[in-house]
Design a protein around this ligand. Structure first.
Ligand code: NAD
Length: 289
């Protein structure tokens, strides 16, 4: 239908609302929630993500400590630090920035974090609680996306949701959250034949793949809400690097609502991390009473 343009769903106002709520909850605690962030090596993306998390934590009145360890830190030394943070009653949340260098087992590290302090929601106990419909600390990107849908009053209950991508960070936990919110959920991935036939069923379409403009207008049901999780670095015609999503811009002529990249779901991840840190602190305070 010529001339229609999808309603844009910008992330920053939703992230601001989530942060304001987290800050208000934090202010009710006896002491500011304390997040400890651990990174190994100097991978530029990891350095930048950790800096962003630390900065935003302080901005909203949380305590934040960053452990920037050398690339060649042994797994034993990293596990010893995690054990020390687990045992420290002054630490409410622990985040080990992924990816880790090849000589460290991510599994071993994620299993070692106390599930009550696991603000990334990657510990198997928290993964299990999420799939059992009892989420406590759940992965930040999908939880932030769910918050954003609520913020913009996008109906989820009864909707047909299709997620493209089945990663442990985004696709899988998002499937659990949408199920918990009473959507009918399909997860498509690299081995799904005729992807367009699947995505055209969606009232809510989520692209979490990491492929530039994989989702084209012909793959979208008219009026659908499309959430673009992809963050792809591309060099434009101007020769400059910029970010673009997994959804082709022309989808705006078909979709009913669309999250932009950049400026879409991106800012929700850090906001949700800080909300998780406050949740962890609240529960730890209640357990001590
Ligand atoms: P991943 O590489 O772990 O998973 C990608 C998934 O896409 C896989 O499950 C794979 O099966 C599927 N896939 C690959 N090619 C496909 C194809 N041709 N058709 C259908 N499915 C295909 O990626 P991830 O960690 O889930 O991240 C996905 C994207 O989201 C990336 O661009 C990443 O940068 C971005 N991301 C953004 C945020 C954020 O906004 N805060 C957070 C995490 C990830």
């Amino acid at each position: 239908s010529g001339g229609t343009v999808a309603r844009p769903l910008p992330g920053p106002p939703a992230a601001a609302a989530l942060l304001a709520d987290a800050a208000a909850r934090a202010a009710r605690l006896a002491s500011p929630p304390h997040l400890s962030i651990v990174r190994l090596g100097e991978d530029p993306a990891s350095v930048s993500y950790v800096r962003g998390k630390d900065r935003k934590a302080r901005e909203v009145g949380l305590h934040s400590t960053v452990y920037a360890l050398p690339e060649d830190t042994s797994q034993a030394d990293l596990l010893a630090l995690v054990a020390r943070l687990n045992a420290d009653p002054d630490v409410n949340g622990i985040l080990v920035q992924l990816p880790l260098p090849a000589h460290v087992s991510e599994q071993a590290v994620l299993h070692a974090i106390d599930p009550r302090k696991d603000v990334d929601g990657f510990h198997p106990v928290n993964v299990g609680e999420l799939w059992a419909g009892r989420p406590v600390l759940a992965p930040c990107t999908p939880a932030g996306i769910m918050y954003m849908l609520g913020h913009y009053s996008i109906p989820v209950a009864g909707a047909r949701a299709v997620i493209v991508g089945r990663s442990h960070i985004v696709g899988r936990p998002l499937a659990a959250m949408l199920l918990n919110a009473h959507a009918t959920v399909t997860v498509a991935h690299s081995r799904t034949p005729d992807l367009g036939a699947v995505t055209r069923e969606a009232d809510l379409l989520f692209a979490a793949v990491g492929r530039v403009h994989l989702v084209t207008p012909d793959m979208v049901k008219p009026g659908a809400t499309v959430v673009d999780v992809g963050i792809n670095r591309v060099v434009g015609a101007d020769g400059k690097a910029h970010l673009t999503g997994d959804v082709h811009p022309d989808v705006a002529a078909v979709a009913g609502a669309l999250t932009p990249v950049p400026g879409g779901v991106g800012p929700l991840t850090i906001a949700q991390l800080l909300a998780n840190t406050v949740t962890a602190a609240e529960r730890q305070a209640a357990a001590r009473l």
